[in-house]
Design a binder for this molecule. Sequence first.
Ligand SMILES: C[S@@+](CC[C@H](N)C(=O)[O-])C[C@H]1O[C@@H](n2cnc3c(N)ncnc32)[C@H](O)[C@@H]1O
Length: 238
Amino acid sequence: MASQSVETDWKGREGPFSLLLGPGVFSPTTTSRTLADALEITPGDTVIDVGCGSGVLSIVAAKLGAAKVYGVDLSQRAVEAARENARRLGLDHICEFRAGDLLEPVRDVRANVLIGDVSGIPDSIAAESGWFDDVPAGGPTGAELPAKFLRSIGDTLAMGGRLYLPTGTIQHEQAILDAAHEVFGDHMRPVLEREFPLPDLVARSKAVARMMKEGLVSFRQRGSRWLWQLRIWRCDRV
Ligand SMILES: C[S@@+](CC[C@H](N)C(=O)[O-])C[C@H]1O[C@@H](n2cnc3c(N)ncnc32)[C@H](O)[C@@H]1O
């Protein structure tokens, strides 16, 4: 992958460090930074990072003291980049990356921390934003893929374990929260909330206008900018 690789600097939690991104590998965003800030890792934890992309959050978890981190991504290219990133940082004895759908590649693992960062941007917004290249987006309302992930957790999260889940007003957030509630009951709470400006191109798009009209997404206006709200939930398995 060397010839077409690009690098980016991670300046979020436990940074700075450099990350190799192959073509089509998701470049960490403000959501990645917020999720990293929300993570609570206890030395010795076993972590599964679903939708690991470049491996950035797996690496942060390893640097925070996790004993073992399993990163999963549907994209083979992401998994290869993540392996290389962990190797360069001397964390390849802690971080293991597997390619496949959601939790299928880690059914043999029982984690006490789950990071659930699969794509949750509505397909139509993703197509107009350019945030995703050849990686899949979250489905028609952005809730379909995260909800499928939540319903597939099964035994991969041990009793007493916790999930970190990002949701936002840029997707059909309530549908994701309903799915999380099915799995975790009332044992879920937002641990971090931040607002970010919606890129002008996206704010002016037909997709956003239609989804606002349907009540699926919502934004707060500040001056000429529209802001969307990101929440990181901690969901406890009790
Ligand atoms: C929003 S990106 C987050 C990447 C990374 N966690 C970060 O913060 O930079 C979502 C990732 O989910 C992956 N993904 C999408 N569908 C998936 C699936 N069904 N199973 C596993 N990973 C998936 C994408 O390839 C992408 O790398």
